[in-house]
Structure formats: structure tokens, C-alpha cells
Design a protein around this ligand. Sequence first.
Ligand code: SF4
Length: 356
Amino acid sequence: MACLSGSKNLKDLSKEELSALVREYGEPSYRAGQIYRWLFARGVDTIDSMTDLPQQMRERLKKEGFHLKLPETVATERSNDGTIKVVLRLLDGSLVESVLIPDERRLTLCVSTQTGCNLGCRFCKTASFKRCRNLSLSELVAQVEIARKLKQKEPALRQYHRITNIVIMGMGEPLNNLDEVLRFIKVLTDPSAMGYSPRRITLSTAGIIPALKTLLKSTRINLAISLNATDERTRTFLMPVNRRYPMKKLLRILRYSPLLKRRSLTIEYVLIRDVNDSKEDARRLAEILRGVRCKVNLIALNPFEGCPFSPPDEASVERFRNILEGCGLTVLVRKSRGRDILAACGQLGARMDKTS
Ligand code: SF4
């Protein structure tokens, strides 16, 4: 049973663990399904809300220290472009951020998986929070629940029937928290829990190769790979994780893994002025992606206080895109969302220096 920070949040328990608990209580096995649906389909946040459980069972759960407490929302910031960033204080006092991104037809939630990140990518603010811990299942699920509650309250979000897409791209490297992230994906995609199609979920990774292989075998969600360079030296400079899991090995998996068929693969490339944005880089990127069935997302660097780099100008971004398209790649220049509230890619955690 996952039991982080001494917490006994009932939402840290998987379906199987709930079955074991119900057995231990001497209750009929269907109670596990009842509890599971209350927790993950209806999203209750008190044990007493599970009204079809016997009173004595609810009392016992509470007596044994189980709870359904949600993290506290310490700040909600709204960008001019409609993006909303939520800063949450977890029960142990750690802070994490999630971001709601509305566009014409979709309402996307970006979920964090760690309270910082120890991968040390040089273009990312989150990397400065090195003392990070993994989020538990209940803390991952709570980000969806809090975003759902917020959606009900925000007039601008009423037009959306629900949160349509989940991107696991917030603070932290999800594949360094593989067990809980897999449990989270199970809850997201289980029709008797949150019921999202795997096609509506995307996980972004810097490329932790062994965990990536496990993920591909275990789920059918979409994948985004944070590449950001076209040669090993530059990638190691920008993303020290490349020393351990070199780009060449990563690209081999992306090119040949049969498990990548029938799912969308995105290559993310943060453009940084005079580091990885030259014409030669664009040509090399097209070259190394030959045979990889993917689309490329280009995003100009989102600077933050203390960031040693600057973004390229628009003309350089266009030039980079044109070269890739000329080589037959599908390219999207991603607009930065929520830059004014430091909610854009690579900026998460920038406000926490002040909030903590
Ligand atoms: S870009 Fe992602 S993997 Fe790299 S430091 Fe930031 S959060 Fe970690």
C-alpha cells in the first residue's frame, strides 16, 4: 500500500488494495467496487459521503486514520490568455503546481508528478527545486479533482463539459515516479473510475529508458519526448540525463519499438537562441528523426528569473520550422500559454520561491 508522508489517504489505495482492505474488514467483496467508484468516479472528499457503506465500516475507516483530505489551494492565478495556474500545498507542506489550459474545443489539465525535479535541465525553473519527492496516487488524483471543482466555479470554463485532456507534463520527471504514475493512468483510463480514453492522455519525458520501456508495455497513452538538441554534446549540456540515457539509444527505441504504433508521438524541442536554433540544427533534427513516426512541437524558450538563456526571435523560429517542413516533417509551433503567470513550459515552480 502506498503510504507517503505518513498519510493514510484512502485514495492511495488501488482497486486490489481496496479489495484486500474489505476482506480484512470481513465485508462482502462488492464493497471494494463501491468504495472505488465513490473515490475515483464520483470524487468524494469525505468518508461519510460514501452513503451506501454501512455506518460501522465508515466509522472503522476513520478510526484507523483513513481520510480523503485534499491539498490546500494556496494560489489561483489567471493569465490574460485564459490559462489558470493552481498552487497546491500538500499535507506535508510541499508545494506543487497544476495548470488548466482552455482552447477552442479542449480543456487540458497539466499535472505535476514530483515536488521539484532532480534532472537539472538548464532551461527549466523546476530543476532548481532539487529536494523533490514523488507524488502519491492521491496527490495526483487530487490535482484532477481540484481542477474539476475550479472548472465548476470559473464562468469562463463553464462552456466545457469536462476536462477533456490530461497532460502529465508539469513539475517533475514522471518516469522517475513510475509506479504511482502507472497507478494514476489506470485510474484515469478505467471506465469505472475517471474513464478517459488513453488517446486523451499524454506523458512527457526526458527519456528514462528502462521506465519508458515499462510504460510502453503497460499503457496505450500518447508520448512526448523532450529532445531539445540534435547532437549528444549539446543535449548533455542542456539535459544532463543524456549522459546516462543517450539520445542515440532513445531514438532507436522511438524508431523501432512496435509498441509505438497506433499512438501519437511528439518530439518536443525548446528553441534556445544560439544554442540549438541554427539552420544546421534544423537540418540535423530532420536527419536524426528520419524513420521516427512523429510530429515536432517547437516552442521558444520561456525565460524565468536567473535563466542563463534567451529565446530566439520569431524569424529564427519560422526559419527552423520551414527547414523541418521542407524535409517532410509535421511541425507545430506551440504558442506559450500562461507566460504572464509563469505557468508556461519550463516555468513551473517560479512562483513558489515567493509562495513558500
Ligand atoms: S524539463 Fe522536465 S525533466 Fe527537465 S528539469 Fe524540468 S521538470 Fe525536470
